[in-house]
Ligand binder design. Structure first.
Ligand code: NAG
Ligand code: NAG
Ligand code: NAG
Ligand code: NAG
Length: 820
């Protein structure tokens, strides 16, 4: 009996490993599973960039050449279906793509959208090209096929025949891509939802080349595909790779596209989907057409020349796809910055001020189409905040009738615009559209924002109100409200020059701001220290033109300090934005998405992924390719949240803004020193002493004096120069460290360090100014010594030459006269 039992146990022990090994055999075809020994994704080493970063940083600090601060950035390009296993069994050599990207787009310098200036930052991009295996390819194809829904017909190409069209809801296939992302980068399954700003999470661009014949939804077997479907194609199958249908993605019901930005930290480019076309009517700018994203069909099955050279096709495709990758980099991974705001406040107050001209409904009441979800807004803003910053979102309703000035402002801001339409009967028709001018609104509202916001906060929580606002009661009836109110607020240090010239409005506002204050409403209030207030004005209007929009066919308008959103119950408004053959519609009833978009721009400094400042055109230009996806901007999106990729960008923007200010300050200081020295140091001929030209960089005097590479006497004491030089070399170390932190996505630490750098730059500026002022004083009383010092070396030489000249002159005179 006992023996029998032992045999059973022994058999069980023998069978268990067998079962386990069977399970493992099954796991080979199990996609997205990392087995032990799976090659680990390798986050490149900062050491590879360090020398370059240090060299550029040194140059930046020690020369007057406009060298930007280098920030190393790693981009992962994931290739799916490019190893003779995807559509057309096409092969793309990942080394070739790597070389191509590295040589054609090694650096990128973002700009500030508002000023049009380039930031003092340059991305030094390193590419990781990651090919994906067949198991994952088949699994992805299977998942996408499962989610295809038939939606009418579409044209295969510009003039092609009409074929059935299938649509894929991108949010439905997103979990598959999330798994792929976690699998590739060795992260836990829910990594993309991680909110920790200090976690190093990679950015990725997925490029898909799927086999449309294999995933043909007209031929549903309902079974996952096996490896046998990866076999070589015969000529007929090759010709038939488009499989007589078209599929497209829609992100949460937005415009149909073949590229989209996900909720996580990746973007997707599917070259086998589409073709799609979207853009704006009557505008040649940035429209997406059938050839915007490369298609293998055009390369491998050209209509005219039937013979194609495979390696040539690979080269051409490499060039084309790199263009698409660059567009993703410029628009979603390393985009421009909307406003150059340096926000060092510890608290952020977002009062949502609803101004309505009716009593029909309240947009703050939940459960309606027009409702504003304040919690969701708070959550989104939190995602873009800097570490250790806290946010308070409050909402309140005011009646526009109670605030005459604001009502007048709204009336003043209405503008007319005539457009031309062709009606369905072919007749030409002129229409007048009304829109609200945001700049006019802002001008009027900015003075009332504090007062209204304080009122709302008072209602919500009186205790918090005293923390954010200090009520100042004039002690006597005649006492003016304090003049230094603006001084108590942490100001964002920035210049507002819309592309060069300062707006007259801005100046005007400064001048007349105080006397227009709405002091008649509530007792004067002032914001307390360390609070940044971003008012969101929601204009809930009834009885207006049902087609009323704001500028630029939008329902939202932002300036660097306020957000304006329009809400009315007019019908869907037809826009000039077109997706395929349909014009997009704006629903002015639901303000939620527009509020989030506005706050993303002001709080996070995010630009819409279809905009970019262009220095060739000297204005922002549009490119609609990335207009679809997980972001709240523009007519083609239908999402009220901000993706993790853009949230990261928002946090990085804060670091960049600080760096920009710090570097600008340092540059100004060194320029000041340089100017001071040039003023006092002249050659005996009265010319300024010029630095030696060394391959387009000018060495600074401070460097020369410090290193004693010049014999000239320094007008500034050596110990002071030494202190400055020490400061510059510490700064150099700090900057290199900062670049390293940014490379590793350690945004929290980077922000802390950037603040330190900015502060010390500001202190140094003060120090330099002080030093120059005191030295100027010294110079004034010691003029003689200074003059003598200059004479000491060069003037002796010139004097010697002069004496020699006279001697020769006299000799000549003497001899010529003695001959007589
Ligand atoms: C459907 O799929 C089967 C097997 O995968 C294949 O043999 C057949 O040719 C396909 N039919 C069409 C119309 O694509
Ligand atoms: C847009 O998004 C909302 C909310 O997620 C959804 O209810 C609506 O159906 C979407 N629109 C379209 C056209 O799918
Ligand atoms: C929201 O709008 C849709 C269509 O525009 C309508 O069918 C639905 O009843 C509305 N919901 C509410 C709660 O008003
Ligand atoms: C100058 C400075 O603040 N350096 C800090 C940058 O961040 C790292 C990591 O948090 C600190 O260790 C440094 O002291």
């Amino acid at each position: 009996m006992v023996g029998e039992r032992w045999t059973v146990v022994a058999i069980a022990v023998a069978i268990l490993p067998l079962l386990a090994s069977l399970k493992e055999a099954g796991a080979v075809t199990d996609p997205f599973r990392r087995d032990p020994g799976h090659p680990q994704w390798h986050h490149g080493n900062f050491q590879d960039h360090k020398d370059n970063v240090r060299r550029m940083t040194h140059e930046l600090l020690h020369s007057r050449a406009q060298v930007p601060f280098p920030v190393a950035l790693e981009v992962n390009v994931v290739l799916i279906g490019f190893m003779n296993d995807g559509g057309y069994r096409f092969h793309l050599d990942h080394d070739k793509l790597h070389q191509h990207m590295k040589s054609s787009f090694p650096t990128h310098r973002p700009s500030c959208m508002e000023t049009g200036e380039m930031l003092d930052i340059e991305f030094d991009i390193s590419y990781n090209i990651v090919p994906v295996g067949r198991t994952e390819l088949l699994a992805t194809e299977y998942e996408i096929r499962e989610k295809m829904v038939e939606k009418g017909v579409a044209r295969e190409s510009e003039f092609g025949k009409e074929v059935p069209c299938f649509e894929v809801e991108a949010t439905a296939v997103e979990p598959t891509f999330n798994r792929l992302y976690s699998y590739l980068f060795g992260l836990p399954a829910d990594a993309s939802a991680d909110l920790d700003p200090n976690r190093a999470l990679p950015n990725a661009i997925f490029i898909l080349n799927l086999d449309k014949a294999r995933m043909d939804p007209k031929n549903m077997t309902g079974e996952p595909l096996g490896f046998d479907s990866l076999s070589e194609l015969n000529a007929e199958q090759f010709q038939n790779q488009e499989a007589g249908y078209v599929y497209r993605y829609r992100y949460n019901g937005g415009a149909a596209s073949q590229v989209w930005l996900s909720h996580g930290r990746y973007a997707v480019i599917d070259i086998s989907a589409g073709p799609c076309s979207y853009g704006r009517l009557e505008s040649e700018e940035g429209s997406v057409g059938h050839r915007t994203v490369p298609r293998l069909q055009h390369l491998l099955l050209p209509a005219r020349s039937p013979v194609v050279n495979p390696s040539l096709v690979e080269d051409v495709f490499c060039g084309q796809i790199s263009g698409t990758i660059v567009s993703a980099l410029e628009h979603v991974i390393a985009p421009d910055v909307r406003f150059e705001t340096v926000d060092v406040s510890s608290r952020l107050l977002v009062p949502i001020i609803v101004l309505r001209n009716h009593l029909h409904y309240s947009v703050l009441q939940p459960g309606n189409n027009h409702s504003i979800d304040v919690d969701a807004i708070r959550h989104q803003v939190k995602g873009m905040l800097q570490p250790r910053q806290e946010v308070m979102v409050v909402a309140g309703i005011h009646s526009l009738h109670d605030h005459e000035r604001l009502a007048m402002a709204v009336a003043k801001a209405m503008r007319g615009m005539s457009t031309h339409d062709t009606r369905s009967d072919g007749r030409f028709h002129v229409r007048t559209l009304t829109f609200l001018d945001g700049a006019v609104l802002r001008e009027e509202m900015r003075h009332s924002a504090d007062v209204l916001a304080a009122g709302i906060l008072e209602m919500a929580d009186p205790e918090l109100s005293t923390r954010y606002f200090r009520h100042r009661q004039p002690q006597h009836g005649w006492e003016e409200p304090p003049k230094n109110e603006e001084g108590t607020v942490v100001k964002s240090r920035q210049l507002r020059y819309p592309y060069g010239k300062k707006s007259a409005q801005e100046k005007d506002a400064k001048r007349t701001g105080r006397d227009r204050k709405l002091s008649d409403l509530v007792a004067p209030v002032s914001k307390s220290h360390g609070t940044r207030v971003i008012p969101v004005f929601v204009l809930s209007l009834e009885g207006v033109d049902p087609q009323l929009l704001m500028e630029g066919e939008n329902l939202m308008w932002v300036s660097h300090d306020a957000v304006f959103v329009l809400q009315h119950s007019g019908g869907p408004i037809t826009l000039s934005a077109v997706s395929e053959t349909k014009r997009m519609k704006a629903t002015p009833n639901s303000p939620q998405r527009h509020i989030i978009a506005g706050l993303a721009a002001v709080v996070g400094g995010l630009v819409a992924p279809y905009e970019r400042a262009s220095h060739i055109h000297d204005r922002p230009i549009l490119d609609w390719l990335w207009a679809s996806g997980h972001h709240p901007f523009g007519p083609f999106s239908n999402t009220s949240t901000v993706s993790h990729m853009l949230r990261d960008t928002a946090r990085r923007n804060a670091v960049y803004a600080r760096m920009h200010v710090a570097l600008k300050t340092i540059r100004e200081s060194t320029d000041n020193i340089q100017a001071f020295i040039s003023e006092h140091l002249r050659t005996p001929m009265g010319e300024e002493v010029k630095g030696e030209k060394k391959k387009n960089k000018v060495e600074l005097w401070i460097d020369k004096f410090y290193k004693k590479t010049t014999a000239l006497p320094a007008p500034l004491p050596h110990e002071k120069m030494e202190r400055l030089e020490n400061y510059l070399s510490t700064l150099e170390d700090q900057l290199v460290q900062l670049s390293s932190l940014l490379y590793d996505h350690q945004i929290k630490d980077a922000l802390g360090n950037a603040s330190t750098v900015m502060q010390s730059a500001l202190f140094t500026q003060d120090y330099v100014e002080h030093m120059i002022a005191s030295e100027r004083d010294t110079m004034r009383c010691c003029k003689v010594i200074y003059a003598r010092a200059v004479q000491s070396t060069q003037t002796f030489l010139y004097g010697g030459i002069l004496v020699a000249g006279f001697l020769v002159y006299f000799l000549v005179i003497y001899f010529s006269s003695s001959e007589r």
